[in-house]
Design a protein around this ligand. Structure first.
Ligand SMILES: Nc1ncnc2c1ncn2[C@@H]1O[C@H](COP(=O)(O)OP(=O)(O)OP(=O)(O)O)[C@@H](O)[C@H]1O
Ligand SMILES: [Mg+2]
Length: 464
């Protein structure tokens, strides 16, 4: 009974295959399947071939090399040959505009502007040596939690055979970046939880342009240079390679200017944190200090803010800073403190600082940068009027006038005048009288500080 059934079902199957419509359908379906297989196979093998034949380098925006590579990409290149020049054309560009206040003669518009074109987002091809490099600049949909900026990458792809060109590209991009910053000082400031350059790099300030009292500048410069030459000594002894300096004194005495000039002299950048800034917390300070940019002097302005926070908040009615005293100490030499750094702290209120700060490892050298002295006033005069006041008669007159006004702390009769002026004020006077040294002498009275508490003592003494 079973056999006829089987034969009848087999018979049914044969009949089905004999049906031209069905057979055609099967044929088409298998063709389709074969094509799909072939496609998949091609994709897989292409992917494999791509992986074997090509090399990718991905540079993320967080990497220091990112701006260098972008700058390198925006270099003008002359592609030789018909094909090369067609392939390497860049169709998507993005613009970076820099404006300056100076205006070229005859130029129109509110400010002087220069435009830098960079390859925009998308794909481009550039030629480096003999290698074609595919460039893909992409903006991601995710963003940096700290700054809110979207993540970005640049991907460079070339043939495996040309993989060594990347070294050349990075070296060239680095040299280019170094050249762009030559003679400049980069100032970093904390933006969110990250360091970022504060505006364009500034022209280096010559050390000679900051005039401190006899020997002050020289002793700090010698100490920093000595420290820099002893890195191995510290490493060999397992001591953290750190040094701290505290510059204190009245406003406008040249503390910040000196640190900037020193950074230029050493070919360092400046990483600046204002401790009295709103939103600067202990955590943030400690974190930033562990992430210091390389080859930078750390500059902590207003070091007393942490102490004001602790002691003087009520009396000053000031509660802006949220950095605490222990937060500052820990950031400077706690377990999490960075292993290598040179820190400069500045303050106008040395009396507010705590002795715990002035301990080797935190602050190793303390220097007062005080009110203008005779020596400084004389040197500043030379810098401004040296070329017109050949005989130095003007300088003598000026210094005599300052003596008469008791601006160096003592009156002509030897009594104390309790009156001083700042180097910033002298600079202001000279700037006002740029090409008029007599004007500077006549206006010297303007150097008398206006809100000077002991002014009455001084003027009494003068009237005597
Ligand atoms: N000793 C100096 N030599 C040359 N320039 C000076 C000197 N002191 C001050 N100046 C000039 O005065 C201005 C203010 O100086 P700077 O900002 O360095 O003072 P500061 O000591 O940091 O003041 P503050 O304590 O208020 O921060 C600058 O333009 C600087 O060029
Ligand atoms: Mg300052």
């Amino acid at each position: 009974m079973a056999t006829p059934q089987t034969s009848s079902s087999l018979f049914g199957l044969d009949a089905l295959f004999d049906n031209p419509v069905f057979a055609g359908g099967i044929g088409l379906a298998s063709l389709g399947a074969a094509a799909a297989f072939a496609r998949r196979g091609a994709i897989v093998s292409l992917g494999a071939a791509r992986r074997r034949l090509l090399v990718n380098v991905e540079i993320s925006k967080q990497d220091p090399a990112y701006p260098w590579i972008l700058a390198w990409l925006s270099q003008p290149r002359v592609a030789t040959g018909f094909i090369a020049s067609r392939i390497t054309r860049i169709h998507n560009l993005s613009v970076t505009t820099r404006t300056t206040n100076s205006r070229v003669a005859g130029a129109e518009g509110p400010v002087n502007a220069s435009f830098f074109l960079q390859p925009g987002y998308g794909r481009h091809v550039v030629k480096f040596g003999n290698a074609y490099i595919a460039v893909n600049r992409e903006k991601h949909s995710t963003a940096n939690m700290n700054t809110g900026e979207p993540h970005e990458i640049v991907q460079l792809t070339t043939l495996w055979a040309y993989r060594h060109t990347f070294e050349g590209i990075f070296a060239e991009a680095h040299t280019l970046a170094a050249k762009a910053n030559e003679g400049k000082t980069v100032v970093y400031s904390a933006r969110g939880m990250e360091w970022s350059p504060l505006g364009d790099s500034r022209k280096k300030r010559p050390l000679g342009s900051v005039i401190l009292d006899v020997g002050v500048k020289e002793s700090i410069v010698a100490d920093v240079k000595d420290f820099l030459s002893r890195q191995q000594w510290y490493v060999d002894r397992g001591i953290p390679y750190r040094r701290g300096y505290l510059l204190y004194g009245p406003p406008g005495s040249g503390k910040s200017s000196f640190i900037q000039a020193l950074a230029g002299e050493l070919d360092f950048g400046v990483a600046m944190i204002n401790l009295s800034e709103m939103g600067m917390t202990d955590d943030k300070l400690a974190y930033l200090l562990t992430k210091l940019p390389k080859r930078c002097l750390l500059l902590l302005e207003d070091a007393d803010a942490a102490f004001v926070n602790r002691r003087h908040r009520d009396t000053d009615g000031y509660s802006g800073a949220t950095v605490t005293f222990s937060g500052l100490l820990n950031a400077l030499d706690g377990v999490a403190a960075s292993e290598e750094r040179i820190a400069f702290l500045t303050t106008n209120h040395i009396e507010r600082l705590d002795p715990a700060l002035i301990r080797p490892g935190r602050v190793d050298m303390m220097t007062r940068i005080g009110e203008a002295t005779r020596y400084q006033a004389g040197h500043m005069w030379d810098r401004f009027y040296g070329d017109v006041d050949i005989s130095s008669l003007g300088k003598e007159q000026f210094l005599r006038r300052l003596d008469e006004l008791g601006l160096f702390g003592s009156n002509p009769d030897g009594t104390s005048s309790h009156r001083h002026t700042s180097t910033a004020a002298i600079q202001g006077l000279f700037l006002f009288n740029k090409s008029d040294m007599q004007g500077a002498i006549h206006m010297a009275e303007g150097l008398i500080p206006r809100n000077f508490e002991a002014e009455n003592v001084g003027s009494d003494a003068l009237q005597k």
